[in-house]
Design a protein around this ligand. Structure first.
Ligand SMILES: Nc1ncnc2c1ncn2[C@@H]1O[C@H](COP(=O)(O)OP(=O)(O)OP(=O)(O)O)[C@@H](O)[C@H]1O
Ligand SMILES: [Mg+2]
Ligand SMILES: [Zn+2]
Length: 343
């Protein structure tokens, strides 16, 4: 399953350290090949190193860099560098081939760039990209073919009123237009505790999952954590966590923590799991915990179901129904099966 925890930043830090180590190892390999061909290069490295140590020591002892002893040392280093430069050039090598090669030139694979104009350090753009990649990985979402709300196409929804067929008084097109507007508001005010969770209901193939994934994509792009789970998988994960609780399985408890704390949780296909009292209690606990977390930092939930609301409410116990009607904006998706239209 997911097996990933919420602490993305720690994992990114480890990745940067790995990158730096890789660059360093690569450089060492290159050096030993090069020094075999041109032994003088190795001597130069040793001499630069020794002179550098002496220079640093002199400075530490209070010598001014322009004092003759220190100045001589820095001249020596400069000369050695020039000799190395010429030697590399004469032998047809790149003159910077003894520098480590980092994947990101801007931050030397540290993820951090120091900005001279602003105070302190800032995160490199490569960090942001890595963060987004991790968010995608962690989300459980297959991201192929969905780039966010911008790719939600309302033309799949018929612009005809047919209450008998679609179960609503408006045309599905008008209905989805309204839903889309609400979803945009949901995105724009994601951090606002007054913004309610979303419940998408409606028949099969009318875009409930697609809409939820669009919202997830947009949120991840702005750095939010997302977790997508179908209801059966979600209850399964919780079961694993409870069952393994005594075994102290780190993985299961991170998954569980993630379910409670991820900034957006999508519970898809609610009502397809087989109903048990324990599952109702778990669902209630998830919803309650997340709603109370939402006051401190965003902790929103989207539920999608193709079970009729009335049936869903028969299916679940009263407390869940009251949580859902109180904490969720309910949207009824209507239209023809888009899967059929696309195929
Ligand atoms: N608004 C849309 N724009 C573009 N493609 C869409 C849209 N809505 C749905 N689709 C496509 O139609 C297919 C079915 O949609 P989706 O899976 O979201 O239906 P659903 O309402 O979740 O159905 P189910 O209840 O069976 O889970 C998806 O594969 C998706 O690619
Ligand atoms: Mg679906
Ligand atoms: Zn960088």
């Amino acid at each position: 399953m997911m097996g990933t925890g919420i602490n993305i930043h720690q994992r990114i830090k480890n990745e940067y350290e790995k990158k730096q180590r890789r660059a360093q190892e690569h450089l060492e390999e290159k050096k030993s090949a090069l020094y075999y061909h041109i032994p003088r290069l190795e001597e130069i490295e040793g001499e630069i190193h020794a002179a550098g140590l002496k220079y640093n020591k002199a400075i530490l002892l209070g010598t001014v860099p322009s004092d003759s002893a220190a100045a001589r040392l820095s001249d020596t280093i400069e000369q050695l560098r020039r000799e190395r430069f010429d030697l590399l050039k004469a032998n047809g090598y790149d003159t910077d081939c003894l520098e480590p090669v980092y994947e990101c030139q801007k931050c030397s694979d540290t993820g951090i760039v120091s900005s001279p104009d602003r105070e302190g350090d800032t995160l490199c753009i490569c960090y942001r990209q890595m963060l987004i990649n991790h968010l995608y990985d962690q989300s459980n979402i297959c991201i192929a073919g969905n780039s966010g709300l911008e790719c939600f196409n309302i033309e799949y929804y018929p612009d005809v009123v047919d209450e008998k067929k679609y179960g609503i008084k408006k045309s599905p097109r008008r209905q989805i237009t309204g839903i889309l507007e609400n979803c945009r508001r949901f995105l724009d005010n994601f951090d606002d505790p007054d913004v309610k969770n979303l419940l998408f209901c409606g028949p099969t193939g009318v875009g409930k999952t697609f809409m939820a994934v669009c919202l997830a994509m947009d949120l991840m792009r702005t750095g939010h954590t997302v977790l997508y789970q179908t209801a059966p998988a979600l209850f399964n994960a919780i079961y694993e966590y409870r069952y393994n609780a005594n075994n102290n399985d780190d993985c299961d408890s991170t998954v569980y923590k993630n379910i409670l704390e991820t900034e957006l949780l999508i519970i898809d296909d609610l009502g397809t799991e087989s109903p048990t009292a324990m599952r109702y209690a778990e669902l209630l606990n998830i919803i309650d915990t997340r709603m109370s977390n939402d006051i401190k930092k965003p902790c929103k939930t989207i539920i999608a179901t193709n079970i009729d609301l009335k049936k869903l409410f028969e299916y679940y116990d009263e407390r869940i129904v009251s949580r859902i009607t109180g904490g969720f904006d309910i949207f009824r998706f209507a239209g023809d099966d888009i899967r059929m239209k696309k195929a």
